[in-house]
Write a protein that binds this ligand. Structure first.
Ligand code: GLN
Length: 259
């Protein structure tokens, strides 16, 4: 099982998901606390972020253990954005260990990570091809095919998870994706946690939208929302997302829908 994490809110560095929290993704790469499948996440890692000067997200991924990349700490400190996604990987048995099998996968403005496993046959009628034989690359290709049909992020995730989950009852399909302005995630067989990190009023959860006007030019009032396979630290406020749900996070708030 891989571990993934994302942030939507006021601009932050990727180090805020990876290096700064006590149980950030660096620590989770060798000592995850809630992992049910696999013990370490040493088969690769990746991160993606949005730089206003570029039309598409910037992605950095490698098929080596996160702790071996001596260039990463400085890069993660410098890479800042209001929308961040990162992941560490333990390859499912039989899956290739290569960069093209490593999250985040990307297409246009979307970034996507898959925590779980699924029979590739369960995805064949949703995607024609994928850049790797890895099941996660096929999941990403299926989601990205929906994007190209103009479908919204959350709906694309939900459709692929429900379809593949019906075809492969043993599938685990925790997806985490973003498009620069919103996050979407599914729970289907593994854990997922959410934490509102903000000055100002609490995010309603589960709920539909934030009450009241937001300060001009600062849609998140300095705060935002963290989503992660397992909590990045021991601060209070982490909430478990129930299994078989779709989580949507945008500047408008947080929504939870059953799948
Ligand atoms: N099945 C995917 C892979 O092999 C994801 C694995 C995981 O969640 N550990 O990369």
């Amino acid at each position: 099982m891989c571990r993934h994490a994302a942030w939507l809110g006021a601009p932050r560095s990727l180090a805020s998901l990876i290096h700064e929290p006590e149980h950030g993704l660096l620590r989770q790469s060798y000592a995850p606390r809630m992992q049910r499948h696999g013990r370490v996440n040493a088969d690769g890692f990746g991160m993606g972020w949005y730089d206003g000067s570029l039309p598409e997200p910037v992605r950095y991924r490698r098929a080596v253990p996160m702790w071996t990349d001596a260039n990463l700490p400085a890069l993660a400190r410098a890479a800042r954005s209001g929308c961040l996604l990162a992941a560490v990987r333990t390859a499912t048995v039989g899956m290739p260990i290569e960069e093209t099998a490593t999250a985040p996968f990307t297409d246009g403005p979307w970034l996507l990570s898959h925590n779980g496993r699924v029979a590739r046959d369960a995805l064949r009628d949703l995607a024609d091809d994928a850049p790797s034989a890895c099941d996660s690359a096929w999941v990403a290709a299926a989601v990205f095919a929906r994007r190209r049909e103009g479908r919204p992020l959350g709906e694309s995730l939900a459709e692929v998870v429900v379809h593949a989950g019906a075809k492969d009852p043993g599938a685990r399909l925790n997806l985490l994706a973003c498009d620069g302005a919103a996050l979407a995630a599914t729970t289907w067989g593994d854990t997922l946690f959410l934490r509102a990190d903000r000055p100002g009023p609490d995010l309603p959860y589960p709920g539909s939208s934030l009450p009241g006007p937001r300060p001009q030019g600062s849609p998140h009032a300095g705060g935002g929302v963290l989503v992660a396979s397992e909590p990045l630290d021991d601060r209070p406020g982490w909430r478990a997302v129930p299994d078989r749900h779709l989580l949507l996070v945008s500047a408008g708030g947080v929504e939870l829908q059953p799948l």
